[in-house]
Design a protein around this ligand. Sequence first.
Ligand code: GGG
Length: 350
Amino acid sequence: MTDTKLIAILPGDGIGPEVTAEARRVLEAMALPLSFEEAPVGGAAYRASGHPLPDETLALAKRADAILFGAVGDPAFDGLERSLRPEQAILGLRKHLATFANLRPARIFAGLEDASTLKPEVARAIDLVIVRELNGDVYFGEKGRRTTDAGLREGHDLMRYDESEVRRIAHIGFQTAAKRRGKLCSVDKANVLETSQLWRDVVIEVAAEYPQVELTHMYVDNAAMQLVRNPGAFDTIVTGNLFGDILSDQASMCVGSIGMLPSASLDADAKGLYEPIHGSAPDIAGQGKANPCAAILSAAMMLRHSLAMSDPADRIEAAVAAALATGVRTPDLGGTASTRAMGDAVLAAL
Ligand code: GGG
């Protein structure tokens, strides 16, 4: 008997519910041994229960075999104490679940060259993965406010990594590159930051275990430039939490839209949280304008990485490609199709 895998669906805020609904429809249409439970997270959870990551939501996330996450963020809570803001839900989940390895693949689907910010021949060459460290860096270092001796308000966020944190993500970077074209580019700012010098030292140590992978190093400012100058030169990028967040948003415009980039956040046992890299986009929430492709592609990553269902994952990715090949486009890609129409096109192509 096949055991049924439990998927926790955490739609969140803004366009999160719209895009996760399409991803769920695609999963349900495949008649896989999956069951689904939904729970509120982010601003939606704060409104309902006074906390962005309620105990029941965290318990479901821990109990589930995998998590499909939408997006969090709501300008209504901008002034709220930081620990209660919607974004704390995703940071809390990543920390509680120890999902330290964030895989963010960026490739251009045929026909989307015209939506890219790059020349078509440059855009066509993009096929890369950003391996972003997710549990450390300036996101999780000590934070604070104080008043200086001169009476000025000061804020600080400590950027820190220890060598074990760098080593484990470096292994993921090398393993990812080894399964692809065998090229790993480690991105840091070692000419200025001590954390980055440690990062570079440790990545070089780990490289000894992967002689088949060609390792290069790049400063983050140069990497940002090369991503728009010659993105086809990148295969796998391994980098810290902040740099990875910024570079992957940049990469998304090279492949047409931030609505196209999925992600997997994995723990040491490949249990994972899967989410589009985009945020809650409150400006278009509830209007049926959001592109659900990143959420649908995140569902495919979930099947592949956490549930050992590679064939269905391939089918979903092929269906997204086939749907786009018919010319259906949401507004972010220059079209007029609704979120639901894009989901329908993927379902029709399955
Ligand atoms: N689906 C991505 C999302 O909800 N992003 C909102 C956010 O605050 N993310 C923080 C981060 O990715 O570092």
